[in-house]
Ligand binder design. Structure first.
Ligand SMILES: NC(=O)c1ccc[n+]([C@@H]2O[C@H](COP(=O)([O-])OP(=O)(O)OC[C@H]3O[C@@H](n4cnc5c(N)ncnc54)[C@H](OP(=O)(O)O)[C@@H]3O)[C@@H](O)[C@H]2O)c1
Length: 304
């Protein structure tokens, strides 16, 4: 029998922030962390959906300590406000989970292509702004949720915002490669600074969530949305199962820096285990260049 949510070590006294925790994998991860005793901050862009998720979580796990705090990763002003208002003394765990997939072309409030802006740059800024709290908390971790779909495309360092040409699946793959390259470079910088903060990545395989239908919904393509729903039911695993690799990377004692955890069967479904990743997501030079560009684009510099 593989690793399950029952194997999560006691989280009492620990504080976790989970981005995009109002639905799908983020909600399930937040719930299991709270069930094991963590104080969980649900960092969500919609006040209505975020508060409803916090209320639902406490209804499902009455002993849970969970609260909503607003965070729109597509707006750097909102990311800064979140970090300033985050008033915990400690931060044991930051789960960079929120994401969008294969949307029609749009831009964030700061003018970045949305998938790159939300999936990578928003989390890059958030992690940097929360880094002092993470560094001050013994045994803290940062976990970024990438995807097996990172293999579709490497980051294009010459066209980070897909200005030359926008192809929605390529842009998604690039943003998920950026998640892995970010963790690779963050782990290197943490090690160089002598910090014990662990940076690791995970992916859920294929889980039935709102992710797959968001694009069709944006474009009002109701038939496509229904077809995706049916397909999800047939081939997807539950969001609870999809959250397990994230929970493993976030809490298992033996998680190595810069590791990538995913489901065991073809990276698609099953219990968490070490996952394959494209070699370009471990390229030191590309990691440094993405880091420098991300600091310039967000205006957030890291202090270790
Ligand atoms: N499901 C899969 O099969 C699968 C496979 C590989 C990777 N992933 C990754 O898993 C992560 C979680 O996705 P999911 O499958 O659980 O999908 P989901 O149910 O759609 O959850 C995505 C979450 O991200 C939030 N979000 C989107 N834009 C945001 C923004 N600008 N600021 C803050 N939050 C924002 C969403 O909020 P709203 O509800 O307000 O939109 C939602 O809470 C993503 O990073 C995704 O790339 C999922």
């Amino acid at each position: 029998m593989g690793w399950t949510a029952n194997d999560i070590p006691d989280q009492t006294g620990r504080t976790a922030v989970v981005t995009g925790a109002n639905s799908g994998i983020g909600y399930c991860a937040a719930k299991e962390l709270a069930r094991r005793g963590a104080l969980v901050v649900l960092a969500c862009r919609s006040e209505e959906r975020g508060q409803a998720a916090a209320d639902r979580l406490v209804a499902e796990v009455p002993e849970a300590r969970a609260l909503f705090q607003r965070l729109d990763l597509g707006d750097l002003g909102s990311v800064r406000a979140f970090a300033e208002e985050f008033d915990g003394d400690r931060l044991d765990l930051l789960v960079n989970n929120a994401g969008v997939m294969a949307l029609p072309y749009t831009q964030t409030a700061d003018g970045f292509e949305t998938q790159f802006g939300v999936n990578h740059l928003g989390h890059f800024a958030l992690t940097g702004l929360l880094m002092p709290k993470l560094l001050a908390t013994p045994g803290a971790r940062v976990v970024s949720v990438s995807s097996g779909m990172h293999a579709v495309a490497n980051v294009d360092l010459g066209d980070l915002n897909s200005e030359r040409r926008y192809r929605r699946w390529i842009a998604y793959g690039r943003s998920k490669s950026a998640n892995l390259l970010f963790i690779h470079e963050l782990a290197r910088q943490l090690e160089a600074s002598g910090s014990d903060v662990v940076a690791a990545a995970a992916h859920p395989g294929y889980a039935e969530t709102n992710l797959q239908t968001a694009g069709a919904r944006m474009e009002g393509r109701k038939r496509i949305e229904r077809v995706i729903h049916v397909g999800n039911r047939i081939v997807g695993q539950s969001p609870e199962a999809g959250a397990l690799p994230t929970l493993y990377a976030a809490t298992a004692p033996d998680v190595a820096p810069d590791s990538f955890t995913g489901p065991q069967f073809l990276g698609w479904r099953g219990a968490p285990r070490r996952s394959w990743r494209a070699s370009w997501t471990k390229d030191d030079r590309a990691g440094e260049l993405l880091w420098t560009a991300s600091e310039q684009l967000t205006g957030v510099g890291y202090k270790f």
